[in-house]
Design a protein around this ligand. Structure first.
Ligand code: SAH
Ligand code: SF4
Length: 393
């Protein structure tokens, strides 16, 4: 057995999730089943869905479309809504907010709100263009943002152990449930009075954890978000470190976010050093798996590339990335992210000129490349900085 196999054993037995304690997270048949003892007609279940996922009530007694006695009966039976609550907020000078959101067992997860996004969605022609008019201009005119991106966590901690990532330092604590994943979005939308359908909300599953190592809960959350929470899947992007079995399952999904692959290196040799997961699945194996994903019209695969000063940020690395993207033979773009520092993570930030040169080198060889703006670095909200840290406020 290779060391890679050994290293990854903990990944394969990621600890389970906390039991769901509330109705939030259930819809359709699951919700009917949970309420079976009350003999509800289907329209009553739909009213509850609207209350849970559109109005985002926190208490059954707030379901005003239900008669009072029904609300009382359900509440008296001890059924809770269980909408996750924001336990703590850190606000950046750039408007980004980082939240600690309490899970079912009191553990907190991290979620980030980025008004105006971080440029990560640039060049994504499959999402609706920015020029789309708001249906309710007067309401959005009052808001200090015209669109926003929410960065969502899928696990508490992460088992993948990328050497440059602060979340990796936690190890894997546990998986999140579907309700906890979608609940982060609900809690943040509620705080900002944002309404998908009226406001431009993008979701990126790029917070703590590896979504494809919590596959079922992650995809159940996606269906909830795209279903009763009404966020089009074309406005969602999931990022994976390259978990091949997960990518192959994802390829079979009818409703699915766009896909981003954390490439981060020009070849397997460098990648193995910074992402040990490469010993389990090489870059070529990841790319083969991605080829199985049937792309929507004008959809592109994103390769994310964290620039680590002196490690993977030189022109010869860019040239290798160009070859790699060409060999992939699917429509792709590269999102460059200058490494965000964190305590105890032994890397250097790339120089601004190296970042610009890297981008230019890709572009002049025909590879679309964008630089993601670091958002909320001062509050440890930027990529790879999520580690339940409260020291930064
Ligand atoms: N676990 C998934 C998704 C979360 S990480 C994944 O790795 O793809 C989201 C992105 O942040 C990944 O592309 C990752 O490479 C990047 N990242 C991790 N640590 C970083 C850091 N310190 N600075 C900048 N980007 C980082
Ligand atoms: Fe996990 Fe992603 Fe961080 Fe790697 S970069 S340790 S996969 S969260």
């Amino acid at each position: 057995m290779t060391t890679g196999g050994k290293l990854l054993t903990p990944i394969l037995d990621a600890p389970g999730s906390a039991p769901d304690q509330g109705l939030f997270g259930l819809w359709n048949d699951e919700l009917s089943e949970a309420l079976r003892q009350f003999g509800l007609l289907p329209y009553r279940v739909r009213q509850l869905e609207t209350a849970l996922y559109r109005q985002k009530v926190t208490d059954i007694r707030e379901v005003t479309t239900w008669p009072k006695d029904l609300r009382e009966r359900v509440a008296a039976a001890g059924l809770l809504v269980g909408l996750p609550e924001i336990a703590e907020t850190f606000r950046s000078v750039d408007g980004t907010e980082r939240y600690l959101i309490a899970g079912n067992d009191g553990q907190t997860v991290e979620t980030v709100w980025m008004p105006e996004g971080d440029g990560g969605e640039e060049g994504d022609s499959s999402s609706t263009p920015d020029a789309e008019p708001d249906t309710d201009a007067s309401a959005s005119a009052k808001k200090p943002w015209s669109r926003a991106t929410i960065c969502v966590s899928s696990q508490i901690g992460c088992a993948v152990n990328c050497q440059f990532c602060l979340t990796a330092k936690l190890g894997i604590i546990r998986n999140l449930t579907a309700g906890e994943i979608a609940g982060q979005v609900a809690a943040v939308l509620k705080r900002h009075h944002a309404e998908p359908g009226r406001d431009r909300i993008n979701l990126v599953f790029m917070g703590m954890g590896e979504p494809f190592l919590n596959y079922d809960a992650f995809m159940a959350a996606v269906r909830l978000l795209a279903g009763p929470m009404e966020i089009p899947e074309s406005r969602m992007t999931v990022s994976t470190s390259g978990i091949v079995p997960g990518i192959l399952r994802f390829a079979q999904e009818k409703v699915r976010p766009k896909l981003a692959i954390s490439l981060n290196a020009p070849n397997d040799l460098v990648r193995e050093q910074i992402m040990p997961v490469t010993r389990k699945w090489s870059i070529a194996e990841v790319i083969d798996a991605v080829r199985q994903v049937p792309l929507r019209q004008r959809e592109r695969i994103t390769f994310e590339y964290v620039l680590l000063g002196g490690v993977n940020d030189q022109p010869e690395h860019a040239d290798e990335v160009v070859k790699l993207v060409r060999r992939a033979q699917f429509p792709a773009k590269v999102n460059l992210i200058a490494w965000n520092p964190g305590p105890g993570v032994p890397f250097k930030m790339p120089g601004a000129d190296d970042v610009a040169r890297f981008q230019e080198r890709l572009r002049e060889q025909g590879v679309p490349a964008f630089v993601r703006k670091p958002r909320g670095r001062d509050i440890y909200a930027a990529c790879g900085q999520l580690k339940k840290t409260t020291a930064a406020n």
